[in-house]
Design a protein around this ligand. Structure first.
Ligand SMILES: NC(=O)c1ccc[n+]([C@@H]2O[C@H](COP(=O)([O-])OP(=O)(O)OC[C@H]3O[C@@H](n4cnc5c(N)ncnc54)[C@H](O)[C@@H]3O)[C@@H](O)[C@H]2O)c1
Length: 337
């Protein structure tokens, strides 16, 4: 059955990697139609608005979007478009898989860690940020709720069950931030009892960072609050060779937006050398979400084989001499072959 998704090409390298990604998706023949919508600098130029209402309406209509990176102008009081999208659609789960790929320049070979980050509350609330008039005292609010903690922890356990994972580690700082992350930890302990088949582990965030660097193989699924999840998932991306291979899925009850973790990379925009893999891996997660799991797996296999065997065609960030297009060609060839 065919399905229409909203497509936001994005800014900087966004249109380049989106064109490559859609070409690969077409080669997979997975029954997707694309409704292109504007957001970011393109939307500001065309409609005078970084995130036009029509874009929000079309995402709401299709319920699923594939999104290129967006540039948020610095200064001028603009709120991050990504933050607005997460709030508008209540995309509470930010799922960031980090998987090793053969032949990439990374310190480890067998990493397979999924970070499930709470995406709507915690230390990233826009409210409550104040600076005293004399500029001497700054403060902000950390707010976690039982509802928010419950749904993110449950999401992590359900994901673990669905993907045949063995262990969930709840990462916290309840020894110091006793109320905010203490509430999260208590909820995690309660929910863990409902999933006796999944091993539950809890770990303080600073120790987690050290353990991830020293013995990453002990981790499977990590669930944590907003700020810790943001940092830990980038650390995990570093374990597998950087942001070029890091997808980020934003999931809510009524909508889901799939994107690369990296930004619009203005330093290489227009040069045709951006690595399309993070967006492609996000597209593979989107196919899983749309119950096209076999297609998602086929796409991941094709990416893996191309990186391993078509080194000349891969982009310079992975040590190759190729371009965005030659990389996509190699992946298409592996899909067809
Ligand atoms: N999800 C998003 O839309 C998102 C996320 C992060 C940053 N941003 C925005 O992106 C802009 C640039 O941010 P930044 O420079 O801090 O981070 P960035 O991720 O765009 O770039 C960091 C470095 O990684 C490289 N890089 C990133 N993606 C790459 C790819 N696919 N292939 C090869 N190299 C790649 C860049 O060339 C750069 O050297 C900012 O406006 C920021 O707000 C958007």
């Amino acid at each position: 059955m065919s399905k229409t998704i909203a497509v936001i090409p994005g800014d900087g390298i966004g249109p380049e990697i989106m064109t490559a990604t859609l070409r690969v998706l077409d080669a997979l023949d997975c029954g997707l139609n694309y409704d292109f919508v504007d957001a970011g600098m393109v939307a500001l130029d065309r409609h005078g608005d970084l995130l036009p209402k029509a874009t929000l309406d079309r995402i709401a209509e299709h319920k699923v979007a594939l999104k290129g990176p967006l540039t948020t102008p610095i200064g001028g009081g603009f709120t991050s478009i990504n933050v607005i999208l997460r709030r508008h659609f209540d995309l509470y789960a930010n799922v960031r898989p980090a998987i090793s790929f053969p032949g990439t320049r990374s310190r480890y070979e067998n990493i397979d860690i999924i970070t499930v980050r709470e995406n709507t509350e915690g230390a990233y609330l826009a409210e409550g940020q104040t600076l005293s008039e004399d500029g001497e005292v700054a403060q902000s609010i950390i707010r976690n709720t039982r509802k928010g903690s419950t749904r993110i922890v449950r999401y992590a356990f359900e994901l673990a069950v669905k993907k045949g994972r063995k262990k969930v580690t709840a990462v916290h700082k309840a020894n110091i931030l006793k109320t905010s992350t203490g509430l999260f930890l208590n909820v995690a302990r309660e929910i863990a009892r409902e999933y006796p088949q999944i091993q539950f582990n809890e770990m303080i965030v600073d120790n987690t960072c050290m353990q991830l660097v020293m013995r990453p193989e002990q981790f499977d699924v990590i669930v944590t609050t907003n700020l810790f999840g943001d940092i830990i998932s980038d650390l995990c991306a570093g374990l597998v060779g950087g942001l070029g291979l890091a997808p980020g899925d934003n999931i809510g009850e009524h909508a889901a937006i799939f994107e690369a973790v990296h930004g619009s990379a203005p330093d290489i925009a227009g040069k045709g050398i951006a690595n399309p893999c993070a967006l492609l891996l996000a597209a593979a997660d989107m196919l899983d979400y749309l119950d096209k799991v076999a297609k998602g797996d086929q796409l991941r296999r094709a990416i893996r084989t191309a990186i391993e065997l078509d080194q000349a065609q891969v982009t310079p960030d992975l040590g190759g001499k190729g371009s965005t297009d030659s990389f996509a060609d190699a992946i298409v060839k592996r899909i067809k072959g």
